[in-house]
Design a protein around this ligand. Structure first.
Ligand SMILES: O=C(O)CCC(=O)C(=O)O
Length: 267
C-alpha cells in the first residue's frame, strides 16, 4: 500500500487495533486524522501531516551542516560522539548524550537535541536538559501542530480547557536501524498529569510499539504502529500512566530518521 496516497487509506487505520472492548477509532475526514481510543489512552494519528516535499525540505534543514554532508546519502552510522563534534550543524545543536544504566555510563543509541522556552528545562534518565532557543522552522512546525490540536480540542477528543501551547521539543535522530529508543513512558512530573505529546516523523519508516504496564491484567497487551515520513502521532489522555512505548532496533534499515516530540514542561 502506498502510504503517501491519501485515497489509499480509505479511512481504514493502517495498523491493527485489537477488536475488543476499549478499542475503537474513527477517521476525521476534515482533519485527515484517525482518532483512536485504547484502554486508558487516546491517540491521534495523521498519516500525512506534512507532504513529502515539505517533510524532505525540513529534514534537510534539521541536518544542514557546514561540512556539506548530505543528510540522505551520508552514512551517519560512522559518526560517534568524537566526530559528531567535528561537524558544524547549522540549525540544530545535535548531541550524543550519555546516560547511566545499572551504574554504567553509556551513550544513548541515537543523537538528540532539546529546544524550547528558556525556562523549559527537562530531566530524564539522570540527564538535565537545558533548552536551546527555538528557531524559525521549529516554531513553524509547532504552530501547525497546535492549530490541528486546537481544531481537535473543539471536538473534545482532547479534553483541554485552554488552547494547548507547547513550550519545548525533544528531537531524536536515529542514524539507521541500529539506533533505537527503549521502553519508557513520558511520565516525568514536569510534564504534568496527563500530558499531550505530539510526535512528528521524518525519514525512514520505523516500528513504534506500545505495551500495557498494568501489572494486574492485559499484561501482554501490545500495539504496533508504523511511523512513516510526514506522519504525526499524538498521545493523550492517561496513556503515559498505563502504557510504555519504544522504537526497537531494525537492523535492515539503513536510512536515518528524525522524530520530534513536542511537549509542555512545567517547572
Ligand atoms: O522516536 C520516536 O518515535 C519516539 C520518541 C520518544 O519516545 C520520546 O521522545 O519519548
Amino acid at each position: 500500500m502506498d502510504l503517501f496516497n491519501q485515497s489509499s487509506f480509505q479511512n481504514k487505520l493502517p495498523f491493527i487495533l485489537p477488536q475488543k472492548e476499549g478499542y475503537s477509532y474513527f477517521f476525521d475526514e476534515d482533519k485527515k486524522a484517525f482518532i483512536i481510543t485504547i484502554p486508558n489512552g487516546k491517540l491521534i494519528f495523521v498519516p500525512i501531516f506534512f507532504d513529502e516535499n515539505l517533510n524532505n525540505e525540513l529534514m534537510s534543514y534539521l541536518l544542514k551542516n557546514e561540512n556539506n554532508l548530505n543528510c540522505k546519502v551520508t552514512n551517519w552510522r560512522n559518526f560517534e560522539k568524537e566526530n559528531l563534534s567535528e561537524i558544524k550543524f547549522t540549525n540544530i545543536n545535535w548531541t550524543h548524550n550519555q546516560i547511566k544504566i545499572f551504574g554504567k555510563l553509556l551513550f544513548e543509541p541515537r543523537f538528540s537535541a532539546w529546544y524550547g522556552d528558556s525556562d523549559a528545562a527537562y530531566s530524564y534518565s539522570g540527564l538535565k536538559l537545558k533548552p536551546n532557543p527555538w528557531n524559525e522552522k521549529l516554531l513553524f512546525i509547532k504552530s501547525k501542530i497546535e492549530s490541528l490540536i486546537e481544531k481537535i480540542e473543539k471536538t473534545e477528543t482532547i479534553e483541554k480547557k485552554e488552547s494547548l501551547k507547547f513550550n519545548s521539543v525533544l528531537l531524536n535522530w536515529y542514524r539507521d536501524g541500529q539506533d533505537s529508543m527503549g521502553w519508557h513512558s513520558d511520565n516525568e512530573k514536569e510534564l504534568g498529569q496527563n500530558p499531550v505529546i505530539a510526535s512528528l516523523n521524518f525519514g525512514a519508516t520505523r516500528r513504534f510499539l506500545f505495551r500495557k504496564i498494568d501489572k494486574t491484567k492485559d499484561k501482554k497487551e501490545k500495539l504496533e504502529f508504523s511511523l512513516t515520513n510526514g506522519s504525526l502521532l499524538i498521545m493523550a489522555g492517561q496513556i503515559q500512566h498505563f502504557w510504555q512505548h519504544s522504537v526497537p532496533k531494525e537492523s535492515k534499515i539503513k536510512d536515518n530518521r528524525i522524530n520530534l516530540t513536542f511537549r509542555v514542561v512545567r517547572n
